[in-house]
Design a protein around this ligand. Structure first.
Ligand code: FES
Length: 141
């Protein structure tokens, strides 16, 4: 997945598009992560000012949701579904092997809606069905 480099001006412009939204803090954090790949620490103050919240309010939302990152992402992102249907067809064993090979890139997820083709894995935003370590290695290239 390609992300834009952090830019204060770009962040301000993006946040301006959410000014009228309810639940804007979470949406703003998600927007920052989708644009820059993570939520830069400068975003907390910026979001607080934009939506008239305290920094503690923004920080609380940021730290509550585990999918929100505060550091730049690794070069590739591998999410392995470990929900029940994928576990039944070897997701935990696949996770062990993938984590051993790509420890910084691998994380757990829960159901991509691809249950019939488990184990399901998402590599850089693309879902792979009946995933194997070999398929994941090819998808990372
Ligand atoms: S349980 Fe893995 S995609 Fe649904």
């Amino acid at each position: 997945m390609k992300y834009s480099p952090w830019s204060h001006e770009r962040a301000v412009a993006l946040l301006a598009t959410l000014r009228e939204e309810k639940g804007a803090v979470l949406m703003a954090l998600q927007l920052m992560q989708s644009e820059f790949g993570y939520v830069d620490k400068a975003c907390v103050e910026l979001i607080a000012q934009t939506f008239n919240k305290s920094r503690a309010d923004v920080h609380g939302v940021l730290t509550f949701y585990h999918d929100l990152r505060t550091t730049p992402p690794p070069p590739h992102e591998i999410s392995i579904c470990v929900a029940e249907a994928c576990q039944a067809v070897g997701a935990r064993e696949l996770e062990r092997d993938v984590k051993a090979k790509f420890p910084q890139e691998t994380r757990e997820s829960y159901c991509f809606g691809n249950c019939a083709l488990g184990p399901a894995v998402m590599v850089d935003g693309t879902i792979i069905g009946r995933a194997t370590l070999e398929k994941i290695e090819v998808a990372r290239q």
